[in-house]
Write a protein that binds this ligand. Sequence first.
Ligand SMILES: [Zn+2]
Ligand SMILES: [Zn+2]
Length: 109
Amino acid sequence: MDKCDSRTRLTITVDEETLAKAKEVAKRKRIPISRVIENFLRFFADPEVYCFKCGEKFSVKEAELCPKCGWMICPECKACRCGLSEEAAIAVFHMRRVYEELLAGRVKG
Ligand SMILES: [Zn+2]
Ligand SMILES: [Zn+2]
């Protein structure tokens, strides 16, 4: 990753309290707020998730959807909802909601 030399300025308007809280956390973690935003934008533009079965990281863009269950198929181990028990599928489903809230929509599909 050597895209760091092509920086550009971004002017955004956000909720004052949200920004204040975010700045606090960024300060505690010792990372500049612009990097926090950049990380999020990168995730938003090209989300990457971890396979719930093998743990491999893969790009949502490149993953195919299972025609049967509608979930992304892991490119590495080919896992999708089809191989999961009802209980495990519910657990994964709820964890995925975090991504969906962050991405303001479905992860894929
Ligand atoms: Zn996998
Ligand atoms: Zn499936």
